[in-house]
Write a protein that binds this ligand. Structure first.
Ligand code: 5GP
Length: 188
């Protein structure tokens, strides 16, 4: 069973739901009467964004981008390629980027540079998890933040390990044996 692969639950389902509700209210109050475009980054952020927009009480447009970073899957290289671009024109519109997790910040830094060149009316970030211990890029416009997480690789609520575990309803740390098993797998 999926739960048996988890060493520790860091943030439970109820705690996530309460935070998402709070963030939805805050965003709604701040962007009332504004033309808001929510930009979500596939695939890790989809569960968060779909819960978040349903807790918002203002009209919003939602659009998606897909980017891929080069290098090993658990480390950010900062070199990013756009695989799927936005369909919306964001010029003169208020943009809120909704992300699952910020680690080094390199991926988000690249994305923000890309988006700001399109001259939105404003550009801010809403992130569920902040792993600030590993931050390299520090001047990111994080307007809303869910939780701080320690320097560990987390899965669940949209976040994957090798494309699995996104469907866990909570955020947790994988058992070391899962990584060790995969490592053996790669060596043979
Ligand atoms: P950054 O460029 O900020 O270092 O990395 C951001 C991306 O790396 C995230 O959008 C996510 O895809 C991935 N990432 C960073 N830390 C974790 C983690 O603890 N768990 C998972 N599943 N992905 C992570």
């Amino acid at each position: 069973m999926l739960n048996d692969h988890i060493e520790k639950i860091l943030i439970g389902e109820d705690e996530i739901a309460a935070k998402v509700m709070e963030l939805g209210k805050e965003v709604s109050a701040d962007y009332a009467d504004k033309d808001l475009v929510i930009v979500n980054v596939l695939r890790g952020g989809v569960i968060f964004v779909s819960d978040l927009i349903r807790k918002m009480s203002i009209p919003v447009t939602v659009d998606f981008m897909a980017i891929s970073s080069y290098g090993p899957s658990t480390e950010s290289s900062g070199v990013v390629r756009v695989i799927k671009d936005l369909e919306e024109n964001i010029h003169d519109r208020h943009v809120l980027v909704v992300e699952d997790i910020i680690d080094t910040g390199l991926t988000l830094g690249y994305l923000l540079k890309n988006l700001s060149s399109r001259e939105p009316a404003s550009l801010s970030v809403c992130v569920l998890l902040d792993k600030s211990a590993r931050r390299i890029l520090d001047n990111l416009p994080i307007k809303y933040k869910g939780f701080d997480v320690p320097d560990a690789f987390v899965v669940g609520y949209g976040l994957d390990y090798r494309q699995k575990y996104r469907n866990l309803p909570y955020i947790g740390i994988l058992k070391k044996s899962i990584y060790d098993f995969d490592l053996k797998d790669q060596l043979t």
